[in-house]
Design a protein around this ligand. Structure first.
Ligand code: NAD
Length: 474
């Protein structure tokens, strides 16, 4: 395969970083450094942005049908990299192979297919009383992505941005940059014109900042923490760039009185424990009727052993290590904090050593008050907070009492659950076993973000409306 982890991809070529420096990529299960990527710098960013800017002129004028044709070709090549993608996510993220196949790989193909289909159907022209409104591309898009779904977050931005006629400079997370190389390789082989997509790896504070403030960048599409997103937006707004933010969450899961709790456990644990809890949409606050707490505790304890922690290459493993030492330390300190705040540790422990990998057992706190820091802050690990409520009104109030609003779920009688779902301030709310919809808009209320990804909304995000008043008399 033609990809090479020690290069950047700028203006249609694999090239060296002008820094001559590299960042090591660690396997969180073995603690071994197994790859390295260039530590890009401001100069590399400038070259990449200028290439994207130059390519925009003709790419934005290319027929949508031609953009779709090239994207289909890219996807065909990309799908042939399935085994390498799975292997790299096991190594760079520590994601168990059982989880990597679907969530980190096949679902990303599904997403790309979906964007291609939606782009073909999307109305990009609208006739009004005295005008025609056209959706036009925005320009150079800086795509800055996190480490927790290394490929997913990249696909969510790069594919729709390019389909809509924009050009891209991608900066993946320095912790998990490798699968992005496979995607770029597929773009390269599909024959996209030089400059349409560019890859610069590097540290957030240097490369990310340079991208957000570069005068030729027209939009910053960022996924990551609320703290960095806020800072980055300030830089971007100094030159009035468009900003799209996909940020953190502290998502509630309401179990309504009388719900079949047994049926809800799988959804809860998959959400908070898989990917080692490092999922922005993780249902990290479980809201249960006070009178059923003891029954629910027993139910949770019964199912925890199903979530086997261990070597991510073992097909039986459901929970691998967390992604880095920093993550290990952060999550450990939150578990310690939970005890200090007076919550009850139903299961789990304060991890003591990470000498054999950054492993953290599934952790459940009960007797949690929504005012505690463990219930308000994003822990981003396999840590569940169980909070009791007396009435459904109180459950809704607790669910909404958070700075975030990314995701939520309600389990119970369907009509009642839908009523409750409508009152939750979050961009996505799941009802019972309702499946995910790849074409639905994804994004947050409140401090969980600005803008939407996925399907039609995700494509429109990378366009801007232009009205031409064309009903002239001659
Ligand atoms: P992060 O904010 O630390 O980093 C995200 C990206 O920004 C990385 O590429 C990083 O290198 C870069 N960056 C860091 N500091 C920067 C700076 N000062 N200037 C410019 N760029 C900078 O987030 P993370 O730890 O990689 O990811 C975890 C966070 O991402 C969690 O909060 C999670 O909820 C969030 N997330 C949100 C979504 C969503 O769709 N809403 C999806 C996945 C992850």
């Amino acid at each position: 395969m033609a990809y090479n982890f020690d290069k950047l991809y700028i203006n249609g070529h694999w090239c060296d970083s002008t820094s001559g420096q590299f960042i090591e990529v660690e396997n969180p299960a073995t603690l071994k450094h197994f790859a390295k990527v260039p530590e890009g710098n401001e100069k590399d960013i400038d070259l990449a942005v200028r290439a994207a800017h130059a390519a925009f002129e003709s790419w934005s004028q290319t027929e949508l049908s031609e953009r779709i044709r090239l994207m289909k070709k890219m996807l065909e090549i990309f799908e042939s990299y399935k085994d390498q993608i799975i292997d790299l996510e096991v190594k760079e993220l520590g994601a168990p192979v059982s989880y990597s196949v679907q969530s980190h790989c096949v679902y990303q193909f599904t997403r790309t297919h979906s964007y291609i289909e939606c782009a073909a159907e999307l109305p990009l022209e609208q006739s009004l009383a005295q005008s025609t409104v056209y959706r036009e591309p925005i320009g150079v898009i800086a795509c800055i992505t996190p480490w927790n779904y290394p490929l997913g977050q990249v696909v969510q931005k790069v594919v729709p941005a390019i389909l809509m006629g924009n050009t891209v400079v991608l900066k993946p997370s320095q912790h998990t940059p490798l699968t992005a190389y496979l995607l770029i390789d597929a773009f390269d082989r599909a024959g996209f014109p030089a400059g349409v997509i560019n890859l610069v790896t590097g540290r957030g504070s240097a490369v990310g900042d340079a991208l957000a403030s570069h005068p030729l960048v027209d939009m910053v599409s960022f996924t990551g923490s609320t703290k960095v997103g806020a800072k980055l937006s300030q830089r971007a707004l100094e030159s009035i760039k468009r900003v799209s933010l996909e940020l953190g969450g502290k998502s509630p899961f309401i179990w309504l009185p009388g719900a079949d709790y047994e049926k809800a456990v799988g959804k809860l644990f998959d959400s908070i424990f898989l990917n080692s809890g490092q999922t922005c949409t993780a249902l990290s606050r479980l809201l249960v009727p006070e009178e059923d707490l003891e029954k629910i505790k027993a139910l949770l304890l019964k199912h925890v052993p199903d979530y086997v922690v261990g070597d991510p290459t073992d097909p039986k493993t459901k929970i691998g290590p967390v992604s880095s030492k920093a993550q290990f330390e952060k999550i450990s300190s939150y578990i310690k904090l939970g005890l200090e705040e007076g919550a009850n540790l139903l299961t789990g422990e304060i991890p003591t050593s990470c000498a054999n990998g950054y492993y953290i057992k599934p952790t459940i706190f009960t007797e949690v008050k929504n005012s505690m820091r463990i219930a308000r802050e994003e822990i981003f690990g396999p840590v569940l907070c169980v909070i009791t409520y007396k009435t459904v009104e109180e459950a809704i109030a607790i669910a909404n009492d958070t700075p975030y609003g990314l995701n939520a779920a309600v389990f119970g009688e369907k009509q009642k659950a839908i009523e409750v779902a409508k009152r939750i301030k979050a961009g996505n709310v799941y009802v019972n076993d309702g499946p995910r919809d790849v074409t639905a808009p994804f994004g947050g209320y409140k401090q969980s973000g600005i803008g939407r990804e996925g399907g039609y909304a995700g494509l429109l995000e990378f366009t801007q409306p232009k009205a031409i008043f064309d009903r002239s008399t001659f």
